[in-house]
Structures are given as C-alpha cells and as structure tokens.
Design a protein around this ligand. Structure first.
Ligand SMILES: [Fe+2]
Ligand SMILES: [Fe+2]
Length: 149
C-alpha cells in the first residue's frame, strides 16, 4: 500500500500531462519515456511482481472464498491490461518521435486509460483485496513475507 502512494503520484503527473496534450496537441516525449519507464519497472515489474509472484502465489495455496478468488482473478487480468496499455503507449511514443501523425491520438487515449485505470485498481486492492488477504495469514506468516518482498 505504501508503494501505491508512489504510483498515485505518477498518475497525477500523467493526468497533468494529459491535460497539456489535449490543450496544446503536443507531447513531451521525454516525459512520456520517464512515465512509462516508471510504470514498467516500478509499477509493473516490481510492484505487480510482488503481488503476483509472492502474495497471489501464497494465497493460491489457501482455501480462498469464491469472492476473494474472483477478485484475485480480476486483479491478475487488470495487470495484463495495464501491461498491454503501457506497451501500446511506448509504441505510440516511438511513432510520435518519427513524425507519425496518428500517434498523438494513441498517446492521448493510452494516458487516459492509465490515469483512469490505476486509481480504481489501487482502490480495489487497498480497500477490498488486501484487507481480505490478511485473514488468510497469521501475523508470523505475514511478517515472513516482508523479507521476500
Ligand atoms: Fe495490482
Ligand atoms: Fe497494487
């Protein structure tokens, strides 16, 4: 959840960039590079990596309620969606740099999708899934997960 606060900050910067792109019809490709680098390395590989490769892995060995199982599957699908959206945004930025005029619309829609996506995904984890997850682990198991993270 602490890591979510950092993703929130990048989402806010991307929201500002989106407003700017919509008003000026120009994008700063260096900002986009930095933004997608953060999303790929931090939000996806590091953060979603901890969720999928450790938390969800351990949860999948527990007798999850049907509802918790459903939400976990949704979160996994959402990670795939975020990855695909980020990949498309990187591709659009590359096309923008070489002067492809259709790229700006794809950048706008990719940014829009990500700034809508992350707050909802994060809220579902913070308020629904993570609190529910705690019930499947003892305090000792919970603490043992930290060094692996
Ligand atoms: Fe997640
Ligand atoms: Fe998360």
């Amino acid at each position: 959840m602490v890591e979510h606060r950092l993703i929130d900050r990048m989402t806010l910067l991307m929201r500002k960039a989106l407003v700017q792109v919509e008003s000026t019809h120009e994008v700063n490709p260096v900002f986009l590079d930095t933004g997608v680098d953060f999303i790929r390395i931090y939000a996806d590989r590091t953060h979603h990596g901890k969720e999928e490769d450790m938390l969800f892995r351990d949860l999948s060995k527990r007798p999850l309620s049907a509802e918790d199982q459903r939400v976990m599957n949704e979160l996994i699908e959402e990670h795939v969606f975020a990855r695909e959206t980020t990949r498309a945004l990187i591709d659009a930025n590359t096309r923008y740099r070489i002067g492809d005029e259709s790229a700006l619309a794809d950048i706008t829609s990719g940014l829009h999708t990500l700034v809508e996506f992350y707050p909802k995904h994060i809220e579902k984890e913070d308020k629904v899934f993570f609190p529910a997850s705690r019930a499947y682990f003892t305090d000792r198991e919970d603490q043992a997960m930290l060094p692996e993270f």
